[in-house]
Design a protein around this ligand. Structure first.
Ligand SMILES: NC(=O)c1ccc[n+]([C@@H]2O[C@H](COP(=O)([O-])OP(=O)(O)OC[C@H]3O[C@@H](n4cnc5c(N)ncnc54)[C@H](OP(=O)(O)O)[C@@H]3O)[C@@H](O)[C@H]2O)c1
Length: 271
């Protein structure tokens, strides 16, 4: 029997993509897994109990955590995966739209984390894994708000990890690059589109057409989630996939000017 049997994991946004693959991988590793979606899901991930939850709604988050604790008495692992994208020029989105993005990608994480921490602290153990992005390391053009939310997630996660380590709780961020999911189709469309950015939009679309067919499968990220969940000494950050590793290394070690030029070239911007 797996040493993880009897351990409970909650994965937000498990109806598709990275969350679905991670929930299945954690179940295969021996966790009892609860996945979430905002709607009732009939064909959820294998060996995963699906519950409804909207991470932008505090009552919905409390109800989810109470339901899981009532069924299992413990939450050993929380994977904050639910997220949405927003691709466009920074000035093409209203503040209300950016707030809606942050409500899922950052405040949703904070709501879920605040809801599970009391039971983890009481038991004196727990692990929280936040799905970040290389855009939390590299602020790419036409992703200003999404990059801002993922940068904020990096800062929040590292601060939190310092605070809760005293209770034997660890916090890690997983940083994937491009992953083949329906993320782009599910993304928020800018609400103040400007024709001045049409050419840039065409450049980003061309970039996505190039990279998406070669992008990582969600299972690549799921394997890293299982590693972060089971490492004896979890790290604060894990890149997921070859492209993410390369971006992270270049960001750290390549001269800033060279990095800037290469990023602009990729986005078909004049260098
Ligand atoms: N795909 C990529 O290239 C990529 C790269 C780096 C990082 N990421 C990150 O990976 C995570 C998962 O993305 P994905 O690519 O797997 O996208 P996805 O297939 O679109 O999945 C997104 C999930 O988030 C859930 N969700 C959205 N809004 C929600 C809300 N308000 N409350 C609760 N759940 C909500 C969706 O569930 P329902 O619609 O069923 O409610 C869905 O299960 C995100 O945090 C994303 O930022 C993705």
């Amino acid at each position: 029997m797996s040493t993880l049997s009897g351990r409970t994991a909650v994965v937000t946004g498990a109806s598709s993509g990275i969350g679905r693959a991670s929930a299945e991988a954690l179940a295969r590793a021996g966790f009892t897994v609860f996945g979430t979606s905002r709607r009732k899901v009939s064909n959820g991930p294998r060996q995963v109990s699906m519950l409804t939850c909207d991470v932008t709604d505090g009552d919905s988050v409390s109800a989810l955590v109470s339901t899981v604790l009532a069924q299992t008495g413990r939450i050993d692992l929380l994977v904050n995966n639910a997220g949405v994208g927003l691709l466009g020029g920074a000035e093409e989105s209203s503040v209300a739209q950016v707030q809606a993005l942050f409500d899922v990608n950052l405040f949703g994480v904070i709501r879920m984390t605040n809801a599970v921490l009391p039971s983890m602290r009481r038991r004196g153990e727990g692990r929280i894994i936040n799905i970040g992005s290389v855009l939390g390391l590299v602020p790419a053009p036409y992703s200003a708000h999404y990059s801002a939310a993922k940068h904020a997630l990096e800062g929040y996660s590292e601060s939190l990890d310092h605070e809760v380590r005293a209770f034997n709780i660890r916090v890690s961020v997983i940083e994937p690059a491009f992953v083949r999911t329906v993320f782009d189709q599910n993304g928020i469309e800018p609400d103040s589109v400007l024709k001045e950015y049409d050419q840039a939009r065409a450049g980003v679309d061309a970039l996505l057409r190039d990279v998406m067919p070669k992008a990582d499968r969600p299972e690549v990220v799921a394997d890293v989630v299982v590693k972060a969940a089971t490492d004896a000494r979890p790290r604060r950050r894990y890149t997921a996939g070859k492209a993410a590793r390369q971006v992270s290394m270049l960001r750290r070690f390549a001269p800033a000017g060279m990095f800037d030029k290469s990023l602009r070239k990729q986005f078909r911007l004049p260098v």
